[in-house]
Design a protein around this ligand. Structure first.
Ligand code: CP
Ligand code: NVA
Length: 312
């Protein structure tokens, strides 16, 4: 690929129209498959001949499987690399790794401990780099989440949603999605676990409707969707101070009852039942978490297609 590769590092890097194109493509391609076997290739095999390499510094179930199957269904190929088994773990630089990998594959997806490592990889890669989760953000998750909200509740622009719990990486991408796709977001987080100040300030500077409170009941009043995530992200210490601070932020039936009557419950998974969410909520009628997990596959197909210039 010549010129600057089309990286997918954070939702804030995109305008709403590009995110909309990706979401619309994801839905179109999903609907066109119409119940075909999961191993079947999409009509036209849009990424035939293209190769994806995935690097994992942290565990994954959904991201690993959905990216792999996305490439196969698009007619391309993929390979999974554990970072500890690469020369990266023995001191080869991120920049040199980026230069070398760019000679073998067409696109790189990375799940990394530290966000700046992904930025460094992208700065030195000759091919697109996709952020598959860092300590800062999880943009691919939010593409699937936006798709899922709209499947169940229609266009998200102008709607009201709440985040309840840790102001973590998924929360940061939700804030960026709210700004770019124009919906109102209330974050209910313990003060010590609020999203980074810089992210809240960025949302303000963009004219976004993103507010922060430590009162979950107030945050969810009348909203169309309630989002949460684990209280202990990969890389966080599971200590008592954290668990005690988050205890009042459990999403239970009483909290969901304060949202709109048809509000949906969303969680990126994996869930820690009995901590951030109760069984009756995650298994209840308003939960869309399995659709949300499935949409990782569809949304990432469109992200891959955009990165590789097959759309847009
Ligand atoms: N939601 C998500 O990214 O799941 P994995 O950690 O299993 O990839
Ligand atoms: N916030 C979680 C998301 C896992 C998909 C973590 O970073 O572990």
């Amino acid at each position: 690929m010549s010129g600057t590769p089309r990286h997918f590092l954070d939702l804030k890097d995109f305008d709403g129209a590009t995110l909309r194109l990706i979401l619309d493509t994801a839905r179109l391609w999903r609907d066109a498959r119409d119940g075909r076997p999961k191993g079947a290739v999409d009509d036209g095999a849009p990424l035939a001949g293209r190769a994806l390499a995935m690097i994992f510094e942290k565990a994954s179930t959904r991201t690993r499987i959905s990216f792999d199957m996305a490439m196969r269904q698009l007619g391309g190929t993929s390979l999974v690399l554990e970072s500890g088994a690469m020369q990266l773990g023995r001191g080869e630089t991120v920049a040199d790794t980026a230069r070398v990998m760019s000679r073998y594959v067409d696109v790189i997806m990375i799940r990394a401990n530290v966000h700046s490592m992904v930025e460094e990889l992208a700065a030195h890669a000759g091919v697109p780099v996709i952020n598959g989760l860092t300590d800062r953000s999880h943009p691919c998750q939010l593409m699937a989440d936006m798709m899922t909200f709209e499947d169940h509740r229609g266009p998200i622009a102008g709607r009201r949603v709440a985040w309840v719990g840790d102001g973590n990486n998924v929360a940061v991408s939700l804030i960026e999605a709210a700004v770019r796709l124009d919906f109102a977001l209330t974050m209910a987080c313990p003060p010590a676990l609020a999203p980074p100040d810089g992210v809240m300030q960025w949302a303000q500077s963009q004219g976004g409707s993103v507010t922060l409170t430590d009162d979950p009941a107030a945050a969810v009043a009348g909203v169309d969707a309630v989002f949460t995530d684990t209280w202990v992200s990969m890389g966080d210490a599971r200590d008592n101070a954290r668990l005690q601070a988050l205890a009042p932020f459990q999403v239970d039936k009483a909290l969901m009852n304060r949202a709109a009557a048809d509000a949906i419950f969303m969680h990126c998974l994996p869930a820690h039942r009995g901590e951030e969410v109760t069984d009756d909520v995650i298994d209840g009628p308003g939960s869309v978490v399995w659709d949300e997990a499935e949409n990782r596959l569809h949304a990432q197909k469109a992200v891959l297609a955009w990165c590789l210039g097959a759309i847009g």
